[in-house]
Design a binder for this molecule. Structure first.
Ligand code: NAP
Length: 352
């Protein structure tokens, strides 16, 4: 039985990937950061919490990573843990550099010193391309230049390069996926797609009256997360270690996402959507569009869920959750968030 160690197991991709690997017969070890209130709602939601060996570890601490590797003895490591929110990287740039940059070096060094046969996947991102105006009308591929414009993207780019350097210099099987946005009902509420699906669901049920958004003209290449984790596994099980762009090859604006989301509830967005400058990003860029041709040709991977289907899946799932919440059901979905809503319902103030 193959063994995999997954960092960031409590996140969207960590949860879907763990499920995918368990279904393939893997023994899965999930690394999480110890917090006073553990955040396992996604693993509960997928019904896999009891099937994963949970390891508490600090990815910014080399010894902690080495211990996790010694405990799990993995064939494959998927390093997905990150401070993954671009705006937050401007608020805590140094922590982001450690969490999203140095952590990768910790893994690579631990593999180099302990067992060079372990295969390593790093979660790279389209944010590494940044604001590359001259390339904006072209699809971005593995050869496109990187121009990061946030501390998040710069830290990720460090990780990307060091993963490549260890592959070339030490012959490790270490690769990066350059993933464009991928969404799902397990996406965090701080991200615009889930913010929209959640608020549209609340509007339908009379729990909210408005949706406040920043730049509605930003265009992104949005895919469906469960399909992207499959490609991570294929990359680590390929003959040759290589980096790949994973994307849909189609772009849609935030405005289009909003329109599709309101269609699901049969409403007109105009009545509800308000523009709010506080949600504008520093150094935002208008268009991100990926070219997954190499992944298609060499990995046999291609996204299946359309943009419209993705929006529908997300809105419908949020409606289901809020319906359950209204019926008084207590459940693991976004548990801390729903608890906060419980408190608000009872008239308790939450201090921001
Ligand atoms: P996510 O839902 O935000 O999950 C991030 C994971 O990292 C969570 O398990 C989180 O733990 C963990 N984490 C955060 N800070 C940490 C720290 N200081 N120490 C240890 N763990 C920490 O992100 P995702 O959407 O699953 O994305 C997975 C990876 O792909 C990330 O590296 C992200 O940057 C990258 N990526 C994502 C996308 C996308 O569109 N989703 C696109 C490109 C690249 P808690 O649960 O405790 O917060």
């Amino acid at each position: 039985m193959k063994k995999a160690l997954v960092s960031g197991v409590t996140g969207q991709d960590g949860a879907y990937l763990s499920k995918y690997l368990l279904d393939k017969g893997y023994e899965v070890y999930g690394m999480y950061r110890r917090t006073s209130t553990p955040n396992f709602w996604r693993l509960d939601y997928l019904g896999i919490f009891d099937k994963i060996n949970i390891i508490s570890a600090d990815i910014t601490d080399f010894s902690s990573i080495l211990d996790a590797i010694k405990t799990s003895q993995p064939d494959e490591i998927y390093h997905l843990a990150a401070q993954s929110f671009v705006r937050a990287s401007f608020e805590s740039p140094i922590a982001t550099a450690n969490i999203d940059g140095i952590s990768t070096l910790n893994f690579l060094e631990a593999i180099r010193m302990y067992d060079e046969s372990i295969r390593f996947y790093f979660a790279g991102t389209s944010e590494m391309y940044g604001k590359s105006v001259q390339y904006q009308n072209k699809k971005l591929n593995e050869e496109s230049p990187f121009r990061p414009v946030s501390p998040y993207a710069a830290a990720k780019l460090y990780s990307y390069w060091v993963t490549k350097i260890y592959r070339d210099a030490y012959k490790l099987f270490s690769v990066s996926g350059i993933l464009f946005n991928h969404e799902s009902p397990l996406r965090g509420l701080e991200f615009v797609t889930r913010k929209i699906s959640n608020e549209v669901a609340r509007i339908q049920l009379g729990l909210s009256k408005e949706l406040r958004l920043g730049n509605m003209d930003s265009k992104r290449d949005w895919g469906y997360a469960p399909e992207y984790v499959e490609a991570m596994h294929t990359m680590l099980n390929s003959k040759n270690p290589k980096d790949y762009v994973l994307a849909t090859g189609e772009s849609h604006s935030v405005r289009e996402f909003v329109v599709e989301a309101f269609k699901v509830i049969g409403e007109n967005p105009g009545r509800y959507v308000k523009s709010d400058r506080t949600f504008l990003r520093h150094n935002d860029f208008d268009l991100v569009l990926g070219d997954p041709a190499n992944a298609r040709k060499e990995l046999g991977w291609k996204p299946k869920t359309s943009f419209k289907e993705l929006v529908k899946i997300m809105v419908k799932e949020d409606i289901k959750r809020w319906n359950l919440w209204q019926e008084g059901e207590r459940f693991p979905f976004d548990a801390p968030y729903y608890k906060e809503m419980d408190m608000k319902k009872k008239g308790r103030e939450i201090l921001e």
